[in-house]
Design a protein around this ligand. Structure first.
Ligand SMILES: Cc1cc2nc3c(=O)[nH]c(=O)nc-3n(C[C@H](O)[C@H](O)[C@H](O)COP(=O)(O)OP(=O)(O)OC[C@H]3O[C@@H](n4cnc5c(N)ncnc54)[C@H](O)[C@@H]3O)c2cc1C
Length: 386
C-alpha cells in the first residue's frame, strides 16, 4: 500500500479530536463501554469521515494514506475510546491483507464495502487452545467440489457478531515437511449467517466494547473463490502486515497512556490536600513527569517505525520493540493515573479505570510482549527461544 497523496496529518489529528469532543464526548463513550457494544452509528460516522478507508487504495474508495497517518489517527481514536481503536486496527489490517493478496473481485467486493462502512469483516486466528503459538491451530478447511467446508473454533474474534464474513485462518493441507508448520495454512473468507457457524459474545474486563466473540465452525461453508491469497501460503500472506499491526498496536498504547496522563494531570491540579493541589507534591508530580517522558519516547518510536514501513522497509525488530515498549508505557501510565486519582479513579464513572482495564490487552495482543522480546532477542543474534 503506497501513500499516494500527501495527507494533512495535523488536520487529521485536529479533526479527530474535534469529532470526539463534539460528537462522542466521554459520557457517550462510557455508556458504550458499560453496554459492552459499539453504537452502530459510531461505525457509520467514522466511515463517513473517511477513516475506514484511510489505508485503502484510492481505486477502492479509500485515501491510500501512509502508516504514519494511520498511527496518528489510531492514537487519537485510542485516546478517546480504545475498544473502537482495537476494531479499527483490525479493519485496517484486513484491508491491507485484501489489498496485498486479494483477487480483483475480492478487493472490489470487500474493500469498497468496508471503506463505505457497509461490510464488516472479522479476522479469526486465535483459538481456545492459544494465540501465541498460532501455527498450532486446529481449525480445518477442506475443498468439497466448489466450496470449502470449515470445522473448528476461533476465540476472541473481534466484531464477528456484526461481520458479514470472517477471514478464517485454517489448515487446508498437511505441512510438508511436517516441521514446517506454516505450510498448508490458508485464509478463507467464511460468510456469517449460516447454520454451520455459530457466534457468541465473550465478555471481558477490558476493551469491553470491542465485541469479542467465540466462533464455532461446524461444517460452515464458503465458495471456493473465497480463498484469500494462495492455498497453503496464508501464513506467509499475513507476514507482510505483521509490522503494521504491531506499530499500530503501539499507537493504541500511546493513545491510552495519553488519556491516563491528561486526566491525571487535570486531577492533580484540581484536587487539594493539606491546603495545596496534590500536583504540588513531588510524590504525585514525578511519576506523571516520568509518564510524560515515556509517552514522548513511545510516540517517537511508533512514528519512526511507521516511517520506515512507509519507506518500504520491513523493520521487524523495531516494530516488535515499538509494540512492546508502548504497551509497558500504557501499563505504567494507567497505574500511575489510578494512584493519582485514588478512590475517584476506581469509580465506575471515572475514565481512568477504563484506561487501566483497557491497557491490560496491550501487553498480550496482537502479539504478547514476551513473544515480542523473543523476536527482538533473535534479531540480536541469539538462538530462537521458542
Ligand atoms: C479484546 C481482544 C480482542 C482480540 N481480537 C482478536 C481477533 O480479532 N482475532 C484473533 O484472532 N485474536 C484476537 N484476540 C486474541 C489475541 O490475539 C490473543 O489473546 C493473543 O494472541 C495471546 O494469545 P492467548 O491469549 O491465547 O495467550 P497464550 O498464547 O496462551 O499465552 C499465554 C502466556 O504465555 C506466554 N507465552 C506463550 N508462548 C511463549 C513463548 N514462546 N515465550 C514466552 N512466553 C510465551 C504469552 O506471552 C502469555 O503471557 C483478541 C483478544 C482480546 C482480549
Amino acid at each position: 500500500m503506497a501513500a499516494t497523496e500527501p495527507l494533512d496529518i495535523d488536520l487529521l489529528r485536529r479533526s479527530a479530536r474535534e469529532f470526539f469532543a463534539h460528537e462522542y464526548p466521554p459520557p457517550r463513550i462510557r455508556a458504550m463501554d458499560e453496554a459492552q457494544e459499539l453504537d452502530p452509528q459510531l461505525w457509520r460516522d467514522i466511515a463517513a469521515l473517511g477513516w475506514l478507508g484511510l489505508s485503502i487504495p484510492q481505486e477502492y474508495g479509500g485515501a491510500g494514506a501512509s502508516t504514519v497517518a494511520a498511527a496518528v489517527l489510531m492514537e487519537e481514536i485510542a485516546r478517546a475510546f480504545a475498544s473502537l481503536a482495537v476494531d479499527y486496527a483490525l479493519g485496517g489490517m484486513i484491508a491491507r491483507l485484501l489489498s496485498d493478496v486479494g483477487t480483483p473481485e475480492q478487493r472490489v467486493r470487500w474493500l469498497t464495502g468496508f471503506a463505505a462502512g457497509e461490510e464488516i469483516l472479522s479476522f479469526g486466528i486465535s483459538e481456545p487452545s492459544g494465540g501465541t503459538d498460532a501455527l498450532a491451530l486446529t481449525t480445518r478447511a477442506r475443498l468439497n467440489g466448489d466450496h470449502w467446508v470449515v470445522t473448528g473454533q476461533k476465540l476472541w474474534t473481534s466484531m464477528a457478531h456484526k461481520a458479514s464474513a470472517i477471514i478464517t485462518v485454517a489448515r487446508t493441507d498437511d505441512p510438508d515437511p511436517p516441521d514446517r508448520r506454516a505450510r498448508g495454512i490458508s485464509l478463507i473468507i467464511v460468510p456469517t449467517g449460516q447454520p454451520g457457524l455459530s457466534i457468541s459474545r465473550v465478555h471481558l474486563a477490558g476493551m469491553r466494547a470491542a465485541g469479542t466473540c467465540l466462533c464455532y465452525f461446524d461444517g460452515a461453508t464458503a465458495p471456493a473463490n473465497h480463498l484469500l491469497g494462495p492455498r497453503g501460503r496464508g501464513f506467509h500472506a499475513m507476514l507482510g502486515m505483521l509490522n503494521v499491526e504491531r506499530v499500530l498496536a503501539g499507537a493504541i498504547s500511546v493513545g491510552i497512556a495519553r488519556g491516563a496522563l491528561e486526566d491525571a494531570v487535570a486531577y492533580a491540579k484540581d484536587r487539594h490536600a493539606f491546603g495545596r493541589p496534590i500536583g504540588a507534591f513531588q510524590a504525585i508530580q514525578h511519576p506523571l513527569a516520568e509518564t510524560a517522558a515515556e509517552l514522548e519516547a513511545a510516540r517517537l518510536l511508533v512514528h519512526h517505525v511507521a516511517e520506515r514501513i512507509d519507506a518500504g522497509e520491513q523493520p521487524t525488530k523495531e516494530a516488535a520493540m515499538a509494540k512492546l515498549f508502548a504497551a509497558e508505557v500504557a501499563i505504567r501510565a494507567t497505574d500511575r493515573g489510578m494512584r493519582t486519582m485514588a478512590a475517584h479513579g476506581l469509580a465506575a464513572e471515572s475514565d481512568m479505570q477504563r484506561y487501566f482495564r483497557d491497557a491490560r490487552l496491550q501487553v498480550f495482543s496482537p502479539v504478547s510482549n514476551e513473544m515480542a522480546k523473543n523476536i527482538v532477542g533473535e534479531a540480536l543474534g541469539m538462538p530462537r527461544s521458542y
